[in-house]
Structures are given as C-alpha cells and as structure tokens.
Design a protein around this ligand. Structure first.
Ligand SMILES: CC(=O)SCCNC(=O)CCNC(=O)[C@H](O)C(C)(C)COP(=O)(O)OP(=O)(O)OC[C@H]1O[C@@H](n2cnc3c(N)ncnc32)[C@H](O)[C@@H]1OP(=O)(O)O
Ligand SMILES: O=C([O-])CC(=O)C(=O)O
Length: 389
C-alpha cells in the first residue's frame, strides 16, 4: 500500500487505494484486525457458521437481527418459490460461448434479471427504497444458485437439474449442481462457506455496489458492478487462483522449490495477504476446519499436506497469512466444483452482504464522489485540428 505524503501543508494527502480511509458508517458488519474478529450485526461469524442455516444469516444481514422461526419460514418459502432458472436468463446464458468465464455468465444473468425487475420504470423510479430493495434482493439471492449450477453443468455438457423444494438453500445448491443429494458433511461445509463469504464491510466489491447505489441506480445495477469487481484475482478471483496454484505445485515436497521460483519472479501468491487483516483472516480457522473435514471425508491427505506445506513455507518466508480464499479454493474443489465456478459461489453468498449495503446506502444516501490531485500537464493551448506533432 502506498501513501503519498504532501510536500507542504497546502497539498492534499493522497491515500492510494483509499487505504485506511473511513468512507462511511455501517451497522452490518465489523471487521476488527486488532482482535482478528468479524461480527455480523454483533454476532461472531464463527458462531453463526456453527449454528445457522445460510438463509437465517441472509435475513440477519438484511434486517437487524436473526429471524424468528416464522420469519425464517417466510424467507424460505419465498426463496424456494424463486429458485428455478428463468427462461430469459437461460437463453441469455446460452448465447455465451461455453468458454466464457462463469463470472461473465453470472454478471449477464444479474443484468437480465434486473432488466426484468424494473421494466417499465424510469431510472429514478427503478431505484425504489430499502424495503423494495430487500424484496428484490431475496428473489435475486434465490435465483443465483441455478445460474451457477447451470453454468457448470452446461460446460460439462450436462442437462439442467430442476430445484428441489424439500432441500434447504445449501443442499439444493449442491443438488442442482451435481444432480445428487449431498451428504450432510458436504452440505454442512458448503453452508459454512456461504456464511463466511456473505459479508465483509467495505471490501472492493461492496464499495463498488455502494458507489453505484449512491447515484440512485437500482440494486441489480449495483450488483452487476459488484460482480465485476469481485471477478478480479486481487479480490474474489483469488479462490480460483489458489486452486490453480495448488495444481501447479502438485505435491507438498515441491513447495519449497516452487516458492523459490515464484518469489524470484515476484509473483503474488494468491490466497495470502489482506488489506485489513495483517495477522491472519478471522474466517480462516472456521473454513480450515471445514476443509479438514472434507479432506478426511474424501480421503485426500495429499491435498491437506500440500495446503499445510505452502502455508507454512510462505508464512515463514514472508510473514503474510492466508485469507479466506486459501481454504475455500481446495474445499470447493473437493466438493466437485470446477475451478472457474469458485468465484460465482462467492457471488451467491456475497449477494446478501452487497444488497444489505445497498439498502443501508439508500437509507442514508450521499453521492460518493472523492477528489483527485491533478498531476497532468499544466494549462496549454489547443493545437490546430489534425496537427502533425
Ligand atoms: C476475499 C478476498 O478478497 S481476500 C483477498 C484475496 N486476494 C488475494 O489473495 C490476492 C493476493 N494478495 C494480494 O494481492 C494482497 O495481499 C492484497 C491485494 C489482498 C492486499 O494488498 P495490500 O493491502 O494493498 O497490500 P500490498 O499488495 O501493498 O502488499 C504489501 C506487501 O506485501 C506483499 N504481498 C502482499 N500479499 C502478497 C502475496 N499474496 N504474495 C506475495 N506478496 C504479497 C506485497 O508484494 C507488498 O510487498 P512490498 O511492500 O515489498 O511491495
Ligand atoms: O475485505 C476485503 O478487502 C476482502 C475480503 O476479505 C472480502 O471481501 O471478503
């Protein structure tokens, strides 16, 4: 991170990457690097992951507290009613080549769903208010698993699998992707990953969503922008890159030599480091425990050893710790997801946090528009049109 200090008191301080800048208040989550903790509306994320279905955590993010039994039943009924892949969304995905990145499929799908949701409304009316935003967000949250599952299946040349009303969000997601009912241990690990990925204050994609919302654009426009921001490997795209790295290294005994070369080439090691956490990511212990369960379940100690060896070697050499994408990548791999599907899984979870922030921004909006320090040429005369240099 770079900070340009002013040469004199009259020059503004430029905070590259907005590092350390507090841009607004939020009541949705608290990321605390000092205590290495993460709270969703006051509740420790590891406790939510251990006890709650993902739908309850989604409700928590959209509202002030965990749902009552009746509220959860209502949310589940709405979510189940909007699970099926809509014809227009399927048609739009099918227009894309199967070589398209799944994040581009997801971005396209959100755009199609959003255009339908606000058809006939002026741009001003489309934004609506926090209550309507949450209602639209529940439908989008419900629709995304089918988009992600269909994407992976069509790349594999497989038919769409229709949703099952008797399964909860996580089990149904796995059902639609693989066409088999998941074993409880797998559904549980997946549910935990969704909760851990759901929300993380003013990260790049959430901030993108808030910037878009601040112009009075509608929630689907904000989510399209957030998906685009999440695709980058410095953010959500890192979970895919982690798996590529582990595949490239191959086995634990090759870690040291691989790292020698990677660091000599000044490569970034994906899944390590964080803008806010400098002593370890609060979510990693919970996700690592889920990964350990999967390693045992699928009998893949080789992957567990490789994971541990890279972590130990990199931490020893650089003092930089894993972030959530490091355990999530191999966990999703073991569950059977193709590597390019990993970041869309992150979308399916984070859409809850993004949309909670959209509603919060709408409730107390101010156009987000920072300043810049101009460093280009001083004022000069425009040359004649078609000048030759
Ligand atoms: C869910 C999430 O989005 S979590 C983040 C997922 N992203 C990744 O895993 C990508 C890899 N990690 C990174 O690129 C960074 O750690 C970031 C972008 C996440 C955070 O970066 P910043 O806070 O801006 O720190 P910055 O990139 O300036 O790093 C500080 C120093 O540590 C080094 N560093 C940080 N992370 C890494 C890494 N993963 N591999 C190698 N070096 C690293 C940088 O090269 C830099 O070194 P320098 O001071 O010698 O130039
Ligand atoms: O907070 C960040 O900058 C990135 C991150 O971990 C997340 O979005 O989950």
């Amino acid at each position: 991170m770079t900070m340009t200090q002013p040469e004199d008191a009259t020059q503004p301080e430029v905070r590259k990457g907005l590092a350390g800048v507090v841009a607004d208040v939020t009541a949705i989550s608290k990321v605390d690097p000092e205590t290495n903790s993460l709270l969703y509306r006051g509740y420790p994320v590891q406790d939510l992951a251990a006890t709650q279905p993902f739908e309850a955590v989604a409700w928590l993010l959209w509202h002030d507290d965990l749902p009552t039994a009746a509220e959860l039943a209502d949310l589940r009924a709405t979510e189940r009613a909007h699970r099926a892949l809509a014809d227009d969304v399927r048609a739009a995905i099918d227009l894309l080549p199967t070589s398209a990145h799944p994040m581009d499929e997801v971005r396209t799908a959100v755009s199609v769903i959003g255009a339908r949701e606000v058809a006939g409304l002026t741009a001003l009316d489309a934004a609506a208010g926090p209550e309507e935003t949450v209602a639209r967000s529940v439908r989008l949250f419900a629709a995304l698993p089918a988009v992600v599952a269909y994407g992976q299946r069509r790349r594999r040349g497989l038919e769409l699998v229709e949703p099952r009303d008797d399964l909860d969000f996580s089990a149904n997601f796995l059902w639609m992707t693989f066409g088999t009912e998941p074993e409880p241990v797998v559904a549980d690990a997946f549910n935990r990953s969704m909760i851990l990925y759901a929300e993380h204050s003013f990260n790049a994609s959430t901030f993108t969503a808030r910037v878009i919302t601040s112009t009075l654009a509608d929630v689907h426009s904000a989510v399209v922008g957030a998906v685009a921001a999440l695709k980058g490997p410095l953010h959500g795209g890192a979970n895919e890159a982690v798996m590529d790295t582990l595949a490239e290294i191959g086995s634990a005994d090759r870690v040291a030599a691989w790292l020698d070369d990677a660091l000599a080439a000044k490569r970034k090691i994906m899944g390590f480091g964080h803008r806010v956490y400098k002593h370890g990511d609060s979510r990693v212990p919970t996700m690592k425990a889920a990964l350990d369960t999967l390693v045992a379940h699928y009998d893949r100690p080789d992957l567990g050893d490789l994971y541990a060896a890279l972590e130990a070697e990199f931490v020893e050499r650089k003092g930089i710790y894993p972030n959530l994408d490091y355990p999530s990548g191999p966990a999703y791999h073991l569950m059977g997801f193709d590597t390019p599907t990993f970041t869309p899984l992150f979308v399916a979870a984070r859409v809850t946090g993004w949309t909670a922030h959209v509603a919060e921004q709408q409730a107390a909006n101010s156009l987000i528009r920072p300043l810049s320090e101009y460093v280009g040429p001083a004022r000069r005369e425009v040359p004649p049109a078609g000048h030759t240099g």
